[in-house]
Design a protein around this ligand. Structure first.
Ligand code: CA
Length: 372
């Protein structure tokens, strides 16, 4: 507490940002009522936004940054993929049945609205699935160019989920492939929605590689951050290539601090290798609202990696970035130049402690493309 007071007393600006953000976030506080109760007196569209607040308040806030035209398509894109993921995560469903449910999800959705009873690990997810017809009806209201993107990505993600039900993430290459299915596809889909809205036009958004890396950067950051939490549930997504040669079991990283930090830092550097592509992507965005929607999560990711780097606490508990920093990004980031400066600042501070020089190489790449 004292350290927090000292911290903020030297950063009065961040306090102001915190208040502003608190105001902004409070509008998206999920209702205490269950979705099932809410569903009885709301329109399909209202239900979708209530559900979004319940399943991801931070995404509900960030979606409001988007141009109005894109808010419904992105909200439904998110809820539909969340629905698919709820099926995947439900361990009570028989594996064979599950694979069938995932692979037919998009087709069923395009045929007619449907619900799923007793699917989902938490009450909110079960309620979402119980009233999923509302989400699907709203999806049917979207323009065809948006529906096409959502169908395509849903089908591809289902394929990836089925693939990784049968195989582990062994090599770093597998890690990229796994993250492509669960997050890279989201980046690719979002780019296609942006292009379909005619608010964005850059060839960089049509190039799937860059959109994929936008997703990979966020997903890898989450996977690294969530180590301790995921270990408890026996579902860690750290590639074996990173730790197998160093320790016998993943748990050993908690006892062997030296090896633990080696693995952690190597994985963080792997995630940072996506930064040049992410910057190239963000630089090509034309619409400032779309830019903020993309840039805020990217900034939070690199700030998180800074907190995680060389920090053995990651191996034991969940580390969060300071709320003041989140607030500063949320309120003050408006341009690509600001964003790039922040990325470079963080990379420079990380490079100081990196004897492998790899972070310096990433910095060189970041600085090089500017002159092209
Ligand atoms: Ca999942």
């Amino acid at each position: 507490m004292i350290s927090r007071i000292l911290y903020y007393s030297s950063r009065p600006q961040e306090v102001q940002y915190l208040f502003q953000m608190k105001k902004e976030f409070s509008q998206f506080k999920p209702s205490d009522e269950r979705l099932t109760t809410i569903s009885e007196r709301t329109t399909d569209r209202e239900f979708c936004y209530e559900a979004l607040k319940k399943v991801s308040r931070s995404f509900a806030v960030v979606i409001q940054q988007l141009p109005t035209e894109l808010q419904d398509p992105v909200c439904l894109f998110y809820l539909i993929l969340r629905g698919l993921d709820t099926v995947e995560d439900d361990m009570s469903i028989d594996q064979k049945d599950k694979e069938q449910m995932l692979i037919t999800f998009a087709d069923r959705m395009n045929e007619a609205p449907f619900n799923m009873e007793k699917v989902g690990d938490t009450q909110d997810y079960r309620d979402l699935m119980l009233h999923f017809d509302k989400v699907i009806r709203q999806y049917h209201e979207l323009a065809p160019q948006y529906r096409e993107v959502i169908t395509d990505i849903t089908n591809k993600m289902a394929l990836g989920m089925n693939k990784y039900a049968h195989q582990d993430v062994v090599s770093y290459e597998d890690w990229d492939d796994y993250c492509h299915y669960v997050a890279g596809l989201v980046g690719i889909g979002l780019s296609q929605l942006f292009l379909a809205s005619d608010l964005e036009h850059s060839p960089n958004l049509k190039e799937e590689g860059l959109s994929n890396e936008m997703g990979l950067f966020l997903q890898k950051t989450n996977i690294i951050r969530d180590f301790a939490e995921d270990l408890e549930q026996q579902r860690v997504f750290w590639p074996q290539e990173a730790w197998k040669g160093r320790v016998e079991k993943l748990e050993d990283l908690q006892q062997n601090k030296e090896k633990g930090l080696e693995v952690l830092n190597e994985m963080i550097i792997n995630a940072l290798s996506h930064v040049p592509a992410c910057l190239r992507y963000m630089e090509s965005l034309e619409d400032i609202q779309i830019f903020r929607f993309c840039a805020i999560p990217q900034l939070m990711a690199i700030a998180t990696l800074k907190e995680l780097y060389n920090n053995s606490d990651v191996l034991h508990k969940n580390i969060k970035i300071r709320r003041g920093r989140t607030a500063r990004y949320f309120i003050s980031i408006k341009t690509f130049e600001q964003t790039k400066k922040e990325f470079i600042k963080i990379l420079q501070s990380l490079a100081k402690n990196d004897t492998s020089q790899k972070i310096n190489q990433i910095l060189t790449q970041v600085n090089a493309y500017e002159n092209v």
